[in-house]
Design a protein around this ligand. Sequence first.
Ligand code: FES
Ligand SMILES: [Fe+2]
Length: 451
Amino acid sequence: MASNPLDEARAAALQEASRTPAYKKVRRVDPQESPVAAKEPDPELPLTLIPKERYTSTEFMRLEWERMWSKVWLLGGPMSDLREPGDYIATDIGKESILIVRQKDGGVRAFYNVCLHRGNRLRPEGASSADSFKCQYHHWDYEIDGSFKRIPDLDTFPQGAPPCRGLTELPCDTWGSFVWFSLDQNVGPLKDFLHPVDQHLAPYNFHKMALTRDVTVEWDCNWKTSVDAFNESYHVQGIHPQLMWYLHDIDLQIDCYERHNRYLIPFGTVSPRVRKPPTIPDPIKVIMKAAGMDPADYDEPIENIRRDVQRFKRKHGATQGKDYSGLNDDQLTDDYHYLIFPNVTLNTHADDLMLFRQRPHATDPNKMYYDIWTFELVADGAEWPERPKHQRFLHGDKSIGLVLDQDSQNLPGVQAGMHSAGFEGLWLGSQELRIRHFHKVLDDYLKKPQA
Ligand code: FES
Ligand SMILES: [Fe+2]
């Protein structure tokens, strides 16, 4: 059937009305000057439905565990929790719990967090410090290098001590002020796994950023339902309309790499979906003030603010004790937003990092653990703030901030809806390319021939 030209014109007008021409495009850094800004060619991926069972089925969850979670590198925690010998992080992933421990020789090692006597967990989740790891049940004691320290009444074990040196060790490595581990004894190098994100993020000086928030919330959704929610900006107009007054949510640059992906979100500008505001929106004033500018003095058009914040930070960063020298201009304002496959979301800014770690529940595909770690750049010479206490609660028990509350309230409904007979799977658009790519990478693991 031939299309109706009137309908076409109406559709075009509607589309135009949803944008404000003055804000249609944002200036971007030239990749010639900053290769990290280069656009990756989009992958050619089939436009088929993503089956909902990937989010709801225990069988799929089991496959993920066997073929993906137990094969990849996983984020363990910030190195700032491992300053002295004996400092440790106990972190759970699915049915496992891992102890990551700073050694006397300065190295960092990871062990299964389980006593070799009767299987008791040695330490609950969290970061702390220990001289040794004594199991609370019968007091088997392990050195911080995992070796046996003492087995009470060893002479009552006719078979002797277990035929190993102590706790079962796992691959462990560090990058970007974070410690990583893998459940795969044969995993390849961490650096290869992270490529190219490790190179992209190197200039951000994560080692100068202090942890300022450490929260875990149990959410009633699959871990991928959460990953998806941060991998597209399409829902900003639906769930977070307030964001449209300080960021550009459409026509984003999306880059998909071998495993990981990203999009670049311009901040300090308004969405093309809103009409040009008569005065500087309050959230943009906040961005200007954070840079050291006074919005009351600003007399240029609003569309120049992002550029001028970049210039201001470039000019005054050094005197503010902030080293922006390795960052391009866009990185001074924008969110370079990465997913490190499978479960680490990084909202990367020049002065802060908001990191989400999405962890699967041990047995239920409809539940997950959502970790929020916020880091803030500490200016040279300024005092390093005290580490915040870890908070843990159920969805809805406490606010996690307006934007994340909006996501948090939305996601259980998405998970519940996926169980409906009226829904078959995800119908994704081009703004959701990262989700499609994420599932492709997941499939690469699930379909890998098993040894
Ligand atoms: S289970 Fe740990 S000492 Fe018995
Ligand atoms: Fe969101």
